[in-house]
Design a protein around this ligand. Structure first.
Ligand code: AMP
Length: 183
């Protein structure tokens, strides 16, 4: 199914658990483990993503640590294409490229292996993560994909925290598909 009905969206939203004040006071954490352990919800999501992306001539899926690994790896295997992990600084073992991004206080850094796209210049890459909040992580990842020789053709998120306007910032760089929005 290329598009989800409102009923299917409501079902997916209801399968995600809200955890108040995690990891610190004032944050409402969207816990997707309750979607993953619900076979109907996980399968609905993966079938929808596979139907949307099977004809987009993708070469790779790049998933952001750590929940982007789960959805990204499952989708890559379903589409028969490669998966590339985007990790926090210092976690990838081979030669890497890094991009910094601003946090509320301080900076963070994401990395990709230099040879992640196996020398395929212009590789068509789909970026995936569970959630877009301020958009800083995804913005840095789009730059990383470019630095590594790929072309980010779309960024997909299960959840968009629309009130933080991160997707609006990212949209100038890459098309965005947010499956569910929290207003
Ligand atoms: P940002 O760079 O602000 O868009 O943050 C996105 C990253 O932080 C994603 O990898 C999310 O998994 C995680 N994240 C941010 N806010 C939340 C939240 N309220 N619930 C769950 N994960 C979050």
């Amino acid at each position: 199914m290329q598009t989800l009905t409102q009923e299917q969206k409501d079902f997916l939203m209801a399968s995600i658990r809200d955890i108040p004040d995690f990891p610190k006071p004032g944050i409402l954490f969207k816990d997707i483990t309750t979607l993953l352990n619900n076979p109907k919800a996980f399968n609905l999501l993966m079938e929808h993503l596979a139907a949307r992306y099977c004809d987009m001539d993708l070469d790779y899926i790049a998933g952001i640590e750590s929940r982007g690994f789960i959805f990204g790896a499952a989708l890559a295997a379903k589409l028969g294409i490669g998966f590339v992990p985007i990790r926090k600084k210092g976690k990838l073992p081979a030669a890497t490229i890094a991009e910094k991004y601003a946090l509320e206080y301080g900076v963070d850094e994401v990395e990709i292996h230099i040879d992640a796209f196996r020398g395929n210049k212009g590789a068509r890459v789909l970026l995936i993560d569970d959630l877009i909040a301020t958009g800083g992580t995804a913005e840095a990842t789009v730059r990383l994909i470019k630095d590594a020789g790929g072309e980010c053709v779309e960024a997909v998120f299960l959840l968009e925290l629309a009130f933080l306007e991160g997707a609006d910032k990212l949209r100038h760089a890459v098309p965005i598909y947010s499956i569910l929005k929290v207003h």
